[in-house]
Ligand binder design. Sequence first.
Ligand code: GH3
Ligand code: MG
Ligand code: MG
Ligand code: MG
Length: 327
Amino acid sequence: MYQSLEESAISTSPSTEPSSLILIVDDDALIRLQLRLYLQKEKYRVVEASDGLTGLAAYEEVHPDLILLDAVMPTMDGFACCQKLSEVPESDRPPILMITSLEDKESVDRAFAAGAADYITKPIHWAVLGQRVRRLIQQFHLQQQQTLLYKQLEAANRQLKYLASIDGLTQIANRRQFDEQLEYEWRRMTRQQTPLSLILCDIDFFKPYNDTYGHQAGDVCLQQVAAALNRSINRAGDLVARYGGEEFVVILPDTELEGAVHIVKKMQARIQDLAIVHKSSPNHCITLSFGVTTVIPTQQSLPETLITAADAALYQAKDQGRNTFCT
Ligand code: GH3
Ligand code: MG
Ligand code: MG
Ligand code: MG
């Protein structure tokens, strides 16, 4: 068994920063003792293991900042132990300093090939060891800081990208994401020569709704409608976006007109289920009008033509008295 942190740790200064932790792996108890006393004098915390296998177990448990590794040991030697540790992702892997009496070139090459960061020979030159230890730990901490910063940057970028693609009020896709997705699906459908459907819809008599119930109630209504529309789609490439004010748009790739109409009917049912009271509407509740179009895109045509056609169909639905759809 390896000696635990508590057993061999020295009482650290009242500084809030804990001192670096070093794992000593050596089968020679005297060497371990000498190393421990030296490192503790240098204000490091120390954990010991007497062979490669227990060294690995200790590494797993305490995650040291540096490993001092002997080469010749029973059970698992330093080279095998080093090799095993090289499987740990580079950003989490502490540096390994081989300390051995093996002085031949082959052993040195083997150690570095197995992933050792540095190599010194016994008998130990203590001042040299001190410098190497300090430097290796410094480098490791710097590398960890860089990894952390990089991860934070990546997370911030993901968050920015998300925020830039979402409508703040309704939490569904915004116009920008719609534009990107339409471009993407247009190219994809052009290549595949499969139909692309678009639904444009608009809340009926929404101005009088705002006038009657107030702008805040209008906002809540928009949120509920957006969620209801969003619940009506389920395929991977489908997208519902807020197109503007009280208008929403739906992209349905690989979808025939029949399929798009099916989605519209589902949306109508979901909106009806909301049963949002609207006194000054002829239906006494919130309804939507829909314009639906389907095309098989070509190299010569533009995505805007699909929007124009859906808009014309929507206008027609409004013209027919609203709460309906046109194709
Ligand atoms: P129609 O049936 O012809 O569509 O009539 P309408 O009253 O819905 O159409 P109109 O275009 O005249 O009015 C749209 C209204 O939508 C006016 C505007 O105040 C409201 N609106 C747009 N964006 C928002 C929003 O973010 N929040 C709220 N509460 N209202 C909004
Ligand atoms: Mg040994
Ligand atoms: Mg409108
Ligand atoms: Mg409207």
